[in-house]
Design a protein around this ligand. Structure first.
Ligand code: GLA
Length: 766
């Protein structure tokens, strides 16, 4: 055992205690043959070097078999190899379809004759230092001294071998899991379902918490009591999608933001996922998370291995905020490219809502000039600069600049932008192909399609486009070559990598018939390969991923691109909801958020500039508007916003983020950013509908330094007094003790009117 593996303790042969700073996950091999979950929750022992894990009564072989086999007459007893255990009574770590455990399985595998492989028997374990690479897939980096437990299970008859992998990420309080399935037999096998993680729960009143939505309304928080039956949140669209996010939490019924037990899972994956809870037996609910079996069937030839994506499991005893802290820290510290973990993100101006497809060198440089004057750091040229693209109906695939629009070329434009002291970014949508394009004419077979059915412009289209077949190596090579050349020639500092169409039909004639069910996953693997080569070649380029806004906001994409365009909806009020929900999993630094014009182009609402600023400044900040057309007063305000953001950028991008009030539950949203030791705090408060100021409740803060004395002042926002007649004073600025601010709250008095935001500065003075 590596010296470093102190977070993994083996007790006897059959109990494994995986510990993080605050949580414990204890696996017991029931009867020496079947891995089960014995405990998941608050850390069991304080001393990681001690042998006793505090699991009461754990003998060297775990609990006695008799205890496990509570007599239930209609249950199936497993065969002799599995010690006749009643699998359905156990909290299985990796249940198999056909075994007599009737809950949704972790694995469904078939042999060459299409018979199910109904059992896996525990064979051995080992502890490795670090974490083995997940072939072709992103995963959380380990810190020095961290280790991985591997449990090997096998089926002697077919030669199927399954290795369950567990890595405790100590300071992030995450247990990372994945599986590797190998064919050690002589015949091909078929995998119909391979979950990354499966977790058995004890009975109890639980709620499911998921992030659901739609285009322009992504990641809204949905919470519901877990009912008897099967609950699922999933994507079947080829990307992780606008509709659902690869995240599922089970929260104790009375768990809330700051207290209570929450058990949650996130999948580090950008394609079809399934996160489900099978509570058809309410006394033993099971959570599964992994690649969606929809559009998935994988052939495993002798000697081949299949690796699942990684699932990140978080237990929090401190409610949903504690859960988010685990995910924020693992994503910010172990998932986003190392180069970007502590590197500040620039203030950008993106041309989309300013100019849409009306691209021209002169107009873009004027926009850049207006941006430079107010302090913007990077300008990004969005769609419309290449091929003959004047709308969304052509040219995807023809990544040559349009010489009429950009007479000095993309490199000439970049040169001009750089000469203004600005960074230069470019929009691309590499995964797509327009039927009206030179690329399509040259390679009509490069898109996902079914031979013999409608093709090209007659095929099913989404936004007038088709999807390139990234399961094909030649398409990957074309993409790597084309974009390496473009990024280098343009001297880019920033790339917005967009993807505006779901996958349908999911079909590639390049794969043989028995491999047709592999297209959706091979697409994702192909994408990850392209991204990892490009990221390796352009480590300094800041990549932002986008899929019709936030249609692929997941930890898989963040492993290559440290931020995501959160939503095409830039309205400040809509964004309160979207960003609040997104923060359940993703830290604010990963969310692109821009101030745009009013009336807002998506929802038609007019909100004050200060409010648009405060909401966008809660994330990776920028603008999406034609500042040339704004009044001098508004441009002055923009300058103030950027000054404010730059002053507090480190705190906002790398501080601790805590949700205080949910817009889903009231008329306000509030959150805060705190530095190490809570000396410096920024409190953001937004009220949606105007209300009589006297009715305004104080905002209760959390996680301040115990006993600390704080000076509270207005950091940003409309300073006008509150009250219907404007007579009441503005907020009660001054000195407050931490306990007052936490137990009573800060008495905000927001100005009259709808859609008001303020940012307060809390500075510890003692
Ligand atoms: C998508 C993106 C937008 C913009 C357009 C360009 O909708 O989400 O931000 O880039 O494409 O066509």
């Amino acid at each position: 055992m590596p010296a470093a593996a102190h977070m993994i303790r083996t007790i006897g042969n059959h109990v494994f205690h995986l510990a993080t700073q605050d949580s414990s996950y204890v696996i017991e091999i029931a009867g020496g043959v079947v891995p089960t979950l014995r405990y998941w929750g608050r850390r069991l022992d304080a001393d990681p070097s001690g042998d006793a894990v505090g699991v009461a009564g754990a003998g060297p072989d775990g609990r006695r078999l008799a205890e496990l086999n509570v007599d239930a007459p209609y249950r199936i007893n497993a065969g002799k190899r599995l010690q006749r255990l009643q699998l359905e009574g156990l909290r299985l770590e990796y249940g198999v379809q056909g075994s007599g455990d009737f809950r949704r399985p972790a694995l469904h595998a078939l042999d060459a004759e299409a018979f199910p492989i109904p059992q896996l028997v525990y064979r051995s374990h080992r502890v490795l230092s670090g974490k083995p690479e997940l072939a072709g897939l992103p995963s959380a980096r380990t810190a020095a001294g961290e280790a991985t437990l591997e449990l090997e299970l096998a089926d002697e008859v077919s030669g199927l071998r399954v290795v369950l992998s567990y890595t405790p990420h100590e300071s992030q309080n995450i247990i990372a899991r994945h599986v590797r399935v190998e064919n050690d037999g002589e015949q091909p096998l078929v995998l119909d379902r391979v979950m990354s993680a499966s977790v058995g729960f004890a009975p109890g009143a639980l709620d499911t918490v998921t992030l659901t939505g739609a285009w322009a309304g992504e990641r809204h928080v949905t919470r519901a009591p877990l009912a008897t039956g099967v609950f699922a949140t999933e994507s079947t669209r080829g990307t992780s999608s606008h509709i659902a996010n690869p995240f599922l939490a089970l929260a104790e019924r009375n768990a809330y933001e700051a207290h209570g037990d929450v058990y949650a899972a996130v999948l580090v994956y950008s394609g079809n996922f399934l996160a489900e809870v099978d509570a058809s037996l309410p006394q033993s609910p099971r959570l599964n998370i992994g690649i969606n079996p929809f559009e998935f069937r994988w052939r495993l030839d002798p000697g081949e291995a299949f690796t699942s994506p990684e699932a990140l499991l978080a237990y929090s005893g401190d409610g949903l905020s504690g859960m988010s802290r685990c995910f924020h820290s693992v994503i910010a510290e172990c998932i986003v490219p190392e180069h970007w973990t502590r590197r500040e993100r620039p203030v950008v101006l993106n041309s989309w809502e300013a100019q849409y497809f009306e691209v021209g060198e002169e107009a873009f440089l004027e926009l850049a000039d207006s941006a430079a004057k107010v302090g913007v750091e990077y300008v990004v040229l969005d769609d419309g600069w290449f091929g003959t693209r004047n709308g969304d109906d052509s040219s995807l695939g023809d990544w040559q600049e349009n010489p009429w629009k950009l007479p000095t070329g993309i490199d000439g434009l970049a040169h001009e932008v750089h000469a203004r002291g600005l960074g230069f970014g470019l929009w691309v949508e590499p995964e797509m192909i327009s039927p009206v394009s030179e690329l399509y004419n040259a390679h009509p077979d490069w898109c996902l399609h079914i031979p013999g059915r409608e093709r090209g412009a007659e095929a099913p289209l989404g936004r007038n486009q088709l999807v390139l077949d990234l399961s094909r190596e030649e398409v990957q090579e074309w993409m790597i070559g084309t974009f390496s050349e473009l990024f280098a020639r343009a001297g880019l500092d920033y790339v917005k990598w967009d993807m505006n169409r779901y996958l349908a039909p999911v079909a590639s004639p390049a794969l043989s018939a028995e491999r047709r069910g592999e297209v959706a996953h091979r697409y994702v693997l192909g994408l990850y390969r392209v991204l990892s080569v490009l990221r390796g070649r352009f480590p300094d380029v800041l990549f932002e991923s986008c899929a019709g806004g936030g249609g692929r906001f997941d930890a898989g994409m963040l492993a290559f691109m440290p931020q995501t365009w959160t939503s095409d909806n830039t309205d400040a009020v809509s964004r309160l909801f979207i960003q609040y929900g997104t923060s359940f999993v993703f830290p604010p630094v990963t969310m692109g958020a821009h101030v745009s014009a009013v009336p807002n182009h998506q929802v038609g609402r007019s909100t004050p500039l200060a409010t648009r600023g405060a909401v966008a400044m809660s994330a990776s900040f920028g603008y999406e508007a034609d500042l040339r057309e704004w009044s001098d007063a508004d441009r002055d305000e923009v300058r103030r916003q950027i000054e404010f953001y730059r002053r507090f950028r480190t705190l906002i991008q790398f501080g601790r983020f805590t949700r205080l009030e949910s817009p889903f539950e009231g008329n306000r949203a509030a959150w805060m950013f705190t530095d190490e030791g809570a000396r410096q705090v920024l409190l953001f408060v937004s009220r949606i509908r105007g209300e009589v100021s006297a009715a305004e409740p104080p905002v209760r803060l959390r996680e301040l330094a115990a006993g600390g004395l704080y000076e509270v002042s207005l950091a940003y926002g409309d300073a006008s007094p509150s009250g219907e007649d404007g007579s009441a004073p503005a907020d009660d600025y001054g000195m407050y003790r931490a306990a007052e601010l936490e137990n009573h709250g800060f008495p905000v008095r927001l100005p009259v009117g709808d859609y008001v935001s303020r940012v307060y500065n809390l500075h510890r003075v003692d």
